[in-house]
Design a protein around this ligand. Sequence first.
Ligand code: MG
Ligand code: ZN
Length: 208
Amino acid sequence: MAGDIGLHTLMTKAIFLDRDGVLNFDRADFIHGPDELVMIPGAAAAVSRLCMSGWQVLVATNQSGIGRGLFALQDLQAINEKVEAAVGEYGGRIDRFYFCPHVPEDNCECRKPKPGMLFQAARDFGLDLSECFLIGDRLTDIETGLAAGVTTILVLSGVFTDFTNEVLEYPPEYVAPTLEVAVDRLLRGEIISRRNHQKAAHLPQSSY
Ligand SMILES: [Mg+2]
Ligand SMILES: [Zn+2]
């Protein structure tokens, strides 16, 4: 497409999405193939609204089922293609899927809560991480976002269905019931990036 290159050089901000529990319903025993993937209502349309508002949408997902031998890389690709197709129905896209195929014992740099996937994306897309967001359903997602310096949003469509901020050592900057609501708030300007909102209160005390 003409103009594509020029557009990319201007776009330095992205939304990182966890996959399971954010875009699609999570399962306790892993999602092994596209037949087991069920999108969360409103999620695909919300991604499309982000795209149309100029955001790059990147998925960052732990998929240790590969390292555990529960499913193959081709299965993961088929699942991700189903997610992309769902988003595509609303005119949106996933700009890239980042995934960690390792098991915890591999001690890799990409498995969340380590920020390796976000740092890789920052290099790939020239991102200013302080302008970026991460939306996830687990505290490991929030920890990942904090480690990478992005603004974090916890959604209650996965492992959490209720949330009490004060019990957490590293609370998210924002909490929303679903991706759909998080995107609504973000596009209305009610959710603001670290860069635009120097909010030091959530930084871990130990870093000073
Ligand atoms: Mg998740
Ligand atoms: Zn990894």
